[in-house]
Ligand binder design. Structure first.
Ligand SMILES: [Zn+2]
Length: 167
């Protein structure tokens, strides 16, 4: 499902609840806990997110989630469940968000998305069936690949690379 990312610095210790202080650790400033016996460091490692360029009926499916700005459409994305592979996760997201049965055609690439502190794992998925939007989505569009224009951040980089490889 789509999700709200966040780069907010943590203010309180996730382990003991004490206020965090910012100090240098392993080469950069990081929030960490000075409470006795704790020492928790908020590393803030990026969260892996799977994304799909879904090809369906000769077009690429873009989706719009609740709360997104009016004209914003994006790829199907989602967090992995604890026990699934990226391929399983991306196909589950395609099923949940679009009601489509998909198969992974290729791994497009892996991309940093620092604005959301995420690591995107993007796949090309071919899908069949009739689109039935999941409850987090309020719209979708089918864009012919020659009309698809990548956006210069996040999942747009996967769209750019997928388009370049099609040529
Ligand atoms: Zn602590």
């Amino acid at each position: 499902m789509p999700h709200e990312g966040s780069r907010e610095e943590a203010r309180f210790c996730l382990r003991c609840g004490a206020p965090l202080v910012v100090e240098e650790r392993a080469g950069r400033a990081r929030p960490l806990c000075r409470a006795a016996g704790c020492g928790f460091v908020h590393w803030g490692n990026p969260t892996p997110v799977v994304a799909a360029v879904v090809e369906h009926d000769d077009g690429v499916v873009l989706v719009r989630a609740k709360g997104w700005p009016e004209r914003l459409f994006g790829l199907v994305t989602g967090f992995l469940e604890a026990d699934e592979s990226p391929e399983e996760g991306v196909l589950r997201e395609v099923r949940e968000e679009l009601g489509l049965h998909g198969r992974v055609a290729s791994l497009i690439g892996v991309y940093a998305f620092p604005q959301r502190n995420e690591l995107l794992v993007a796949f090309h998925v071919r899908a069949s069936g009739v689109v039935e939007l999941g409850e987090e989505l309020i719209g979708h569009r089918l864009i012919p690949p020659d009309k698809l224009r990548p956006w210069p951040f996040g999942t747009g980089l996967a769209v750019r690379d997928w388009l370049a490889r099609r040529m």
